[in-house]
Design a protein around this ligand. Structure first.
Ligand SMILES: *[C@@H]1O[C@H](CO)[C@@H](O)[C@H](O)[C@H]1NC(C)=O
Ligand SMILES: *[C@@H]1O[C@H](CO)[C@@H](O)[C@H](O)[C@H]1NC(C)=O
Ligand SMILES: *[C@@H]1O[C@H](CO)[C@@H](O)[C@H](O)[C@H]1NC(C)=O
Length: 301
């Protein structure tokens, strides 16, 4: 569970974990990993889930989320209808609508082009998108960016959450929930887990904040306009990141094991640590179950 600091070119992919191979097999055979879909027919999706399970260390700071169930249902319906629509539109897709470097609208047009060269050059190193990104995805990305601007580092909501975290009190009503990604493992693993963490944040209306670790700031462009995605260095729990593990009092798996998801006052906690690394156990894996996700959504309400 220690942060691994290696040079980027020596730690690509899964090489950084000597015992990764065997763990990988174990996870593929694990019923939890395959829950809900067939691995062969949905290989990509399976891979994303498995990598998330293998190597990512996530930890979530939750405040209040308004009406998540209604929102969730609405989103699911929207997603379905747009899926159907985008298939029909496929043939008539013209890339001329949006400048090529914005990747069909996946990238916000709000950036200053000089802020990060590779953000705009990446489009020229790959083939043109063969499909138009769904308009639902684009609208979710834009609304995520708006959420990030409202809740990101040093905003009013962020400051308020910090105060509550420091004082150990249960945060008051706020519509900003946070997911903090802890920098861990090799570059390949970090890229995959960061993508998984962003998807999780998008699906659960959380704001993704990234622990800069040793070199994250130099490796990645800021993806969201106006506000940084990097966790400020004065974040109160930051010095605990290296010590978080399966026996930490805030570890979700451990809380489940001890039947102790509430604190002594009967209220919920201000944050949980999710141990989603290759050595996670059956309790940690319950994170992937619907029931546990409903519980995590209500965290701190
Ligand atoms: C949040 O706190 C920082 C310093 O801790 C301060 O500079 C900033 O202005 C605060 N933001 C708001 C919106 O009050
Ligand atoms: C866990 O706690 C709940 C409610 O407090 C209780 O109903 C349940 O029996 C407990 N389970 C175990 C295994 O102790
Ligand atoms: C429990 O509640 C009391 C009074 O309501 C409060 O002072 C105390 O800090 C709470 N303890 C925890 C662990 O939240």
């Amino acid at each position: 569970m220690k942060r691994v600091n290696k040079s980027p070119d020596s730690d690509l992919g899964t090489q950084s974990d000597p015992d990764n191979g065997s763990n990988y097999d174990n996870v593929l055979r694990d019923p939890v990993a395959q829950y809900g879909f067939e691995f062969n027919s949905m290989r990509m999706m399976g891979l994303a889930v498995v990598t998330l399970m293998l190597v990512s260390v996530l930890f979530s700071v939750s405040v209040v989320l308004r009406d998540p169930p209604d929102d969730g249902v609405w989103e699911a319906n929207e997603a379905k209808s747009f899926e159907v629509k985008s298939r029909k539109e496929e043939d008539s897709f013209q890339s001329a609508e949006v400048p090529k470097e914005l990747l069909g609208g996946l990238l916000s047009a709000e950036f200053d082009k000089k802020s990060c060269l590779s953000r705009y050059q990446s489009a020229f190193y790959r083939k043109e998108l063969s499909r138009k990104p769904s308009s639902y995805l684009i609208s979710r990305l834009r609304s995520y960016e708006a959420l990030h601007q409202r809740c990101g580092p040093y905003t009013k909501s962020y400051n308020k959450t910090l105060q509550k975290l420091k004082s150990g009190n249960q945060p008051e009503s706020s519509d900003c929930n946070y997911l903090v990604w802890i920098s861990f493992s090799g570059l390949g693993n970090r890229i995959l887990t960061l993508a998984s963490a962003f998807l999780y944040a998008l699906l659960t209306n959380r704001v993704l904040l990234v622990d800069p670790g040793v070199d994250m700031v130099d490796l990645f462009c800021e993806p969201f306009p106006e506000v940084s995605w990097f966790l400020p260095s004065d974040f109160p729990l930051k010095n605990q990141f290296d010590s978080f593990d399966q026996i930490s009092p805030h570890c979700y798996g451990r809380l489940l094991k001890n039947n102790n998801t509430m604190n002594s006052n009967g209220s919920s906690r201000s944050f949980v640590y999710l141990h989603l690394v290759h050595d996670y156990d059956d309790h940690d894996k319950l994170f992937f179950c619907d029931e546990d996700q409903s519980f995590l959504q209500k965290y701190n309400r």
